[in-house]
Ligand binder design. Structure first.
Ligand code: RB5
Length: 148
């Protein structure tokens, strides 16, 4: 199982924590992003790399960390088949998997801090997609407006 984890300079600690969580669970993890906070990175450049790996099937799962998680999700969600969720608490961690089948978890390190990224990511990983009535709804996400 391959995961790809990225951050800009505002999410380095969360990125490292996420990588550790995933490796401890047996994921093969590739990391993208700067090594230090002084090495500035533009969040879209990182999000494009992670979303490209997920949309192509090269990675099953992506994790993105920036200051708020928002810019990462905005960028990643431009890719077909990508369902990037900004996770702020335990409920969104669960529901983004159970109902939305999210395949990229986005976190804001300046919003929730690096410890909560660990807690919420664990919940995200522990929660399966429920399928059923949610399958059809998820299938509609990639439909362009005007399509039947
Ligand atoms: C970087 O300063 C910050 O704008 C970025 O990490 C993120 O919060 C954008 O969505």
């Amino acid at each position: 199982m391959k995961a790809i984890v990225g951050s800009d300079h505002a999410g380095i600690n969360g990125r490292k924590n996420a990588t550790e969580v995933l490796r401890n669970r047996g994921w093969d993890v590739e990391e993208r992003g700067p090594a230090t906070e002084e090495e500035k990175a533009d969040y879209p450049d990182i999000a494009h790399q992670i979303a490209t790996a997920v949309t192509s099937g090269e990675a099953e799962l992506g994790v993105l960390v920036c200051g708020t998680g928002q810019g990462m999700a905005m960028t990643a969600n431009r890719y077909p088949g990508v369902r990037a969720a900004v996770i702020t608490d335990q409920f969104t961690a669960q529901m983004s998997r159970a109902h939305n089948d999210a395949n990229i978890a986005c976190f804001g390190e300046r919003v929730i801090g690096q410890e909560q990224i660990v807690t919420h990511l664990q919940t995200f990983l522990d929660t399966p997609f429920e399928g059923g009535r949610h399958q059809g709804r998820v299938g509609k996400i990639d439909k362009i407006v005007g399509e039947a």
